[in-house]
Each structure stands twice: as C-alpha cells, then as structure tokens.
Design a protein around this ligand. Structure first.
Ligand code: SAH
Length: 223
C-alpha cells in the first residue's frame, strides 16, 4: 500500500472500518506524518506497529480503526475526549477530526520528547486542530495527578496496557461515556475491555479481544 487512501480501502474491505465517520477521520489523517522520520514513507502504510522512538510504537492502523469504531458513538460533535499514551498523536488527531470545532481531545503522554514530536506531527497534518484548540497534547503520567480536575470525558482511549482497570480513569468517565482499555499482564497478552458508564453512574464491562500493548506505567516507574 502506497497511500493513506489505499490503506483505508484495505481496512474497509477487511471490515475493520465500518462507518463513514471513521473512514473520513482515517482518510484525513495521513500516517506518514506520524511515523519516525527515519522510516521510509512506504512503510508508513503497512498495517503494523512501527517505532516512534523511546522504545514506544505507533499502533497498527487496524487497531486505530478498531478503537475509533468502538468509540465512534461518543466521538460526536462537541464531545470531550481523553487519549492516554498519545504517542505519535495519530489517534488524537483522528478523534479531533471527529469531534469537530466544538469538541476537545486531550492527549496525555509520559515522554516529553514524544509530546514535542507529536505536536510537530500534527503541525504537518492538521495545524488547525492545535491552533483552534480541538487537540491539546501534554506531558504527564495519567496515573499521577496530571489530569486532576479535568473530568469528565465522554470517551477515553487508553493506548497502553494496565495490569488492572485503573479506578482513576473510571472516575474520569462521564455518565453515558465509554472507555476502551487493554487490561492484563503487561509483559504478555491483554484483553481489550470496553467500559461503559450508564447515566446512573453504574459501570458495565465487557471483553472484546486479545491484544498486545506496551505497559501503562506508574509514576516513577523506570520503563
Ligand atoms: N496511540 C499511540 C500509542 C503509543 S504507545 C499511537 O498510536 O501513537 C503507548 C504510549 O503510552 C507510549 O508512548 C507510552 O510512553 C505511553 N504511556 C505509558 N504509560 C503512560 C502513563 N501512565 N501516562 C501517560 N502515558 C503513558
């Protein structure tokens, strides 16, 4: 695959992209701007994770598409969204396209250098998302106090694996909101869980699929 359009067509024909809003967001965010500059452009459109530096990776396009599909009913115009472990910034940008001018995506990432890099990536692809405040990318550890007082969020995407479901994130979910998060052994496979908070504040979980993500680290952890 040589273009973002071809990658999107492949994800559609394999049934990963199902809805027009997800298709549009993925068409409008070109993966070549989010992979490490040293990687030949042709690799950008492979459906696999790629290095972005600091031992981290940009997720595979089918995982980005899967998470957008799972969250899409909550990624509506004006929604408040949290992207945990925003890494390359790809998903934050795609969600920014979906929530529109009146929405807000906060991306949080523990490596300051990756935050700088992700801001530079968005500058190349979608400067208006940064300039008009639809996407904000910041440094911090989500399991610390970096987001104190920032709840609630209508949608939360977690791009790193938690050993158990973090209460601090469940608390940040708005009534009626949804979180997708990989939970399980951090050095093995995990289960992607869908966490729905109903209007009464009750939390409902269901398991979706086995996945493999890098660990969601505690503040002060060396990795
Ligand atoms: N969705 C991103 C995935 C990046 S990999 C993308 O496709 O580009 C997951 C990211 O989570 C890593 O960059 C890692 O540094 C970050 N991370 C891990 N634990 C974290 C924590 N507790 N708080 C914030 N970021 C964290």
């Amino acid at each position: 695959m040589r273009t973002q359009g071809q990658l999107v067509e492949r994800l559609k024909s394999s049934g990963v992209i199902k809805h027009a809003d997800v298709e549009r967001a993925m068409r409008e965010c070109d993966r070549k701007h989010y992979v490490d500059g040293g990687i030949p452009a042709a690799y950008a459109y492979q459906d696999s994770p790629l290095p972005i530096g600091y031992h981290e990776t940009i997720s595979a396009p089918h995982m980005h598409a899967t998470c957008l599909e799972l969250l899409r009913e909550h990624l509506t115009e004006g929604a408040r969204v949290l992207d945990v472990g925003s890494g390359s910034g790809y998903l934050a940008a795609a969600m920014g396209v979906m929530v529109g001018d009146t929405g807000k995506v906060v991306g949080i990432e523990k490596h300051p250098e990756l935050v700088e890099q992700s801001i530079a990536n968005l500058r190349k692809d979608h400067p208006e998302l940064l300039d008009d405040g639809m996407v904000e990318l910041r440094t911090g550890n989500v399991l610390g106090d970096a987001l104190d007082g920032e709840e609630p969020f209508d949608a939360i995407h977690v791009g790193a694996a938690a050993s158990t479901l973090p209460d601090v994130l469940v608390k940040k979910l708005a009534p009626g909101g949804r979180m997708v998060i990989p939970v399980g052994s951090q050095w093995d496979y995990q289960v992607m869980q869908c966490i729905d908070k109903d209007e009464g504040g009750q939390v409902h979980k269901h398991d979706l699929m086995y996945v493999r993500y890098v660990p969601l680290t505690e503040p002060g952890e060396a990795w």
